[in-house]
Design a protein around this ligand. Structure first.
Ligand code: TUI
Length: 316
């Protein structure tokens, strides 16, 4: 059994979070992961306050286990969903794509455990000072909005920089990577891409198929020019966007911005995996079967135990 401060303090069975994936992580997936012993998270990214409230209610109907809400700080609804998590008595909030500083005081006053995603030691330290319960150190192997550093380089530096627990994210899809995260000093992991193909994940089958078929080098980062680098699986959208991105004289920033409007939704919800943006991490190439959240979690942890138990074989 692998048990740390993360599962013990959150009342879950395994120290694993499901990533708060925009347009993906709804009540069905969050409840699936929570029922399997991890921490499921509802992504508030694409919801206004009332939509999030409804999703939280649905999640409570599907599970009596702890779950959380992820707030994407670039969302136009960030202010209102920040209040809804308090009103609804959500116990754990993770944040992404920004600094949640302005919400920390009221979240902490409401007894919420705040666990921000950080791409650097500087933000990790700031979050610790503001009262974060833990931080998620997410490397650029991950899908979606990415920082500069890799998981291998970022996690140990964040572990050294703060005294609060560190959860590793980015590039973790199997038990070997889970074990490696522990070796880097993390006490938990967050997994996104592998849960895209979970049975409880309600995205379009075309999106799941794109992940299942992906090879190691099939992901690409777009959006650097506008300061929002995003990793997704190569397709007609990324080819067209990249062409526009590199041609500054022909395509203005406004035009470029327009090209990305609605692309997450049409991929995840309409199954348009040609014109939509299929967010996924570099580990997509390792994922070749659909499984229940329970199968994913138990398989990852039993493999990690085996790897960790065998690790001393190298020590002479
Ligand atoms: O947030 C994510 N992944 C995401 S968000 C998203 S939706 C979207 N994102 C960008 C453009 C369009 C749509 C899809 N995937 N992961 C967590 C994460 N947070 N990764 C990196 C960061 C991060 C970056 C900078 C966190 C804080 C930060 O702070 C900068 C500052 O303000 O100090």
């Amino acid at each position: 059994m692998i048990s740390t401060v993360i599962d013990q303090s959150l009342g879950i069975e395994y120290p694993i979070f499901q990533g708060g994936m925009a347009w993906v992580a709804d009540a069905s997936l969050a409840a699936g992961v929570s029922n399997a012993g991890g921490l499921g998270l509802i992504a508030a990214m694409n919801s206004n306050g009332e939509q999030l409230r409804a999703e939280i209610k649905k999640c409570r109907e599907l599970t009596d286990k702890p779950f959380g809400v992820n707030i994407m700080l670039m969302s136009p609804f960030a202010d209102e969903v920040a209040d809804v998590v308090i009103e609804e008595g959500v116990k754990v909030v993770t944040t992404g794509a920004g600094n949640p500083g302005k919400y920390m005081e009221k979240w902490l006053a409401a007894g919420i455990k705040v666990i921000p995603v950080v791409p650097s030691t500087a933000l990790a330290r700031r979050m610790e000072k503001l009262g974060a319960f833990a931080v998620i150190a997410e490397g650029g192997e991950s899908g979606g909005h990415v920082g500069e550093l890799t998981t291998m380089a970022l996690v140990p530096q964040v572990v050294d920089a703060v005294s609060i627990p560190v959860i590793a994210a980015g590039g973790i899809a199997d038990g070997r990577q889970l074990a490696a995260a522990f070796m880097l000093g993390a006490v938990g992991v967050q997994v996104g891409t592998r849960f895209l193909v979970a049975k409880e994940c309600t995205i379009a089958q075309e999106y799941k198929d794109k992940v299942l078929k992906a090879k190691d080098i099939d992901s690409v980062v777009t959006g650097k020019r506008l300061g929002h680098p995003v990793r997704s699986i190569k397709n007609a959208f990324t080819r067209e966007y990249q062409k526009a991105e590199y041609d500054r004289s022909a395509v203005s920033d406004e035009e470029l911005e327009k090209k990305a409007v609605g692309v997450l939704r049409i991929a995840a919800r309409e199954g348009d995996v040609k014109n939509g943006c299929v967010l996924a991490g570099q580990v997509a190439g390792m994922i070749d079967k659909e499984q229940t959240s329970r199968e994913i979690i138990t398989e990852m942890f039993s493999q990690a135990e085996e790897v960790l138990n065998g690790a001393t074989k190298w020590v002479k």
